[in-house]
Structure formats: structure tokens, C-alpha cells
Design a protein around this ligand. Sequence first.
Ligand SMILES: NC(=O)c1ccc[n+]([C@@H]2O[C@H](COP(=O)([O-])OP(=O)(O)OC[C@H]3O[C@@H](n4cnc5c(N)ncnc54)[C@H](O)[C@@H]3O)[C@@H](O)[C@H]2O)c1
Ligand SMILES: O=C(O)C1=N[C@H](C(=O)O)CCC1
Length: 251
Amino acid sequence: MSKLRVAVLGAKGRIGSEAARSVEAADDLELVAALDRDDKIETLSEKGAQVVVDLTHPDAVMGNLEYCVANGIHGVVGTTGWTDERLAQLRGWLEAAPATGVLIAPNFSIGAVLTMQFAQQAARFFESVEVIELHHPNKADAPSGTAHRTAQLIAAAREKAGSPAQPDATTTALDGARGADVDGVPVHSVRLRGLLAHQEVLLGGEGETLTIRHDSLHHKSFMPGILLGVRRVVDTPGLTFGLEHFLDLNG
Ligand SMILES: NC(=O)c1ccc[n+]([C@@H]2O[C@H](COP(=O)([O-])OP(=O)(O)OC[C@H]3O[C@@H](n4cnc5c(N)ncnc54)[C@H](O)[C@@H]3O)[C@@H](O)[C@H]2O)c1
Ligand SMILES: O=C(O)C1=N[C@H](C(=O)O)CCC1
């Protein structure tokens, strides 16, 4: 059986370098290009890449995906910075390339995906919920893509359940003290040397709290999800948002 031809964009970066090594080590995959900022994107077509893993920067990812989709190259995207406008633009490109698939995963680690699922499940049972994400200080974006997505899922679950607004008597606050407001859910970002990627979802009701915490301690935590995404995206045309769609979570 021929190997799937995979390229990594951002291959000199923290997660991209780990991803390139993981692709190289997989028996069913061939790493045909490991590109970074100064390389020509046309190399992807020249090398016959079938799937591109994008682990670059929010400022670069749209240009990369425009090229990939226009050239029928599937995408597995870990790069953050997704807005409704960006997603709409990507969907438009994919409509013109109906055989091409793109997976965007706010987080490739199984523990983080489960954290999001558990938080969504728990949200309607508690009056209060806040998200704290903690990352290394080299991170470009805040809040993290994972925290942003977690808060959106929590807010959607609360809206579906008809939950009232969260209790909060604050009338005086320094700017930022109550975090960023994502659909009514406060999200707090910590940047600290020594950390990699961590998240807590704090839920509170009368007389009890529930804390759901996840820690990525090494970039290896993201690799099984990336490889799963690469193998599945070639048979999944259109846009898939979230690795949970490629996991049998009810199995
Ligand atoms: N979804 C996940 O599970 C997950 C996990 C970790 C990191 N991330 C995200 O991945 C992205 C990269 O994170 P990082 O910590 O590795 O950053 P990093 O700065 O270490 O690496 C990014 C690399 O991309 C390169 N780059 C920038 N523009 C490029 C372009 N146009 N073409 C090719 N390469 C380009 C940079 O030179 C750099 O080497 C961030 O958005 C981060 O949030 C996602
Ligand atoms: O290190 C990063 O940067 C990470 N980015 C993703 C996010 O923003 O959620 C995933 C975790 C690591």
C-alpha cells in the first residue's frame, strides 16, 4: 500500500518540529516536505503533498490554507486564531473544492478534547463557570484556542438548558480583572515560564465546586491526534472543526 504523502508547515517551531518527527516515524506516512517561514509554499505541490499539517501562526494560516485548498491538498490545522469570519472564508474556498477536507483542531491532545466534552456536559448543572488557561510565555494569542472553544461549548450548553446569567456582583474592577468575556463565560489567561499548555474549568453551585483540569506536559501529547487527523481528513471532505469528530467518544 502506498504511503500518504504529508507535509508540515511550521516545521522549525515547537510543535511543528515534533509533528515532522512523528510523521517521519509513522509506517504509513511519508514526510515529503518540512517547511518554515522562508520556504516557498509551491514546494507542497512540487513534492506532491496530499495532506498538509499547519502549525504556524495566526497571521500565516489563512494564506497557507488558501493555497492548499486551491491545489486540492487536505489540511490538518492546529494553528489558532479562528474567528467566524475566517471560518466562513475557509468554507467558501472549500465549496469550490468539494473533494478537499480540512480539520481544524483547537487542541490535538485527547485529554484536552475530553476536558471540553466534560465541561460542556457539566455546564448546565452549575450556576457559575469560569475558564483559566495557563501557557508558556512565547504563545502569540490569548485566550488560547482551546479555552475559547471550551467557553463557546459551555455557553451553548447553558443557552440550550435555559440557564440564567451567572451570578456576579462586581461593580468596580480593573480592566481585565474579570477575564475576557466569551459568550458570557469569563476566560482568564496566565503566561508563565516553565508551563506548556494547561486548562482548568471551574464550576460552582450552592455548597460545591467541580474543577476539571488538563495538563499537556510535552508536545508529544498532541501527536496521536495529529496523526489521526492526517489519516482521517483524506476521507472527510469539507470543514471539520474539533478532533472529537474523529474520535468515537461514545464507544
Ligand atoms: N491545536 C493544538 O493542539 C496545538 C498545540 C500546540 C500549539 N498549537 C498552535 O500551533 C501554532 C504554533 O505553535 P508553536 O508553539 O509551535 O509556535 P512556534 O513559534 O514555536 O512555531 C511556529 C513556526 O511557524 C513558522 N512559520 C510562521 N509563518 C510561517 C509560514 N507562513 N509558513 C511556514 N512556517 C511559518 C515559524 O517560523 C515557526 O518556526 C500556534 O498557533 C499554537 O497555538 C496548537
Ligand atoms: O502552545 C500553544 O500555543 C498551544 N496552543 C493551542 C491553544 O491555543 O489552545 C493548544 C495548546 C497549546
